[in-house]
Design a protein around this ligand. Structure first.
Ligand SMILES: [Zn+2]
Length: 139
């Protein structure tokens, strides 16, 4: 099981939607598991802010991926910007992967916390936009 926020291995932290009645199975989801209290709290705050509706996670994923560009560039710069990837040693490739994956996980958590801290108006607007997109998808 992977943490719903940062995709690290989940460690027994869960969440349920208190707005859904106990008898409704959608109150719980085995997708809502977390690696740490920090991820659990970020998710919980965000769900509370959005009244149980999830923000499109792909927005956060895009932001997290964009957040990897800086550290990726720094690492590649540190080992030689002009070197082709085929010349990298196994250790250099593994380090490159580690830089990107670690940054991505950290940024996903940052994004959840940032979104949870946003104004309610911003979140409502984002949810309205998503609803409009879903509506268009059905036409
Ligand atoms: Zn996590």
């Amino acid at each position: 099981m992977k943490c719903a926020v940062c995709h690290r291995t989940a460690k027994g932290y869960g969440w349920f939607n208190p707005r859904v009645p106990r008898t409704d199975p959608s109150r719980y989801s085995d997708k809502w598991v977390f690696c740490s209290r920090r991820c659990q709290e970020a998710f919980c705050k965000l769900m509370t802010k959005t009244e149980g509706q999830m923000i499109d996670p792909s927005d956060m994923e895009i932001a997290a991926m964009q957040g990897c560009l800086g550290p990726l560039g720094e690492y590649v710069g540190s080992i030689g910007m002009q070197r082709p990837l085929a010349d990298y040693s196994r250790e250099e490739v593994l380090r490159l992967i580690d830089v990107v994956v670690t940054t991505y996980q950290d940024r996903m958590l940052d994004e959840h916390e940032r979104m949870a801290a946003q104004d309610r108006a911003f979140l409502e607007q984002r949810l309205a936009t998503q609803a409009a997109i879903r509506q268009q998808g059905r036409v």
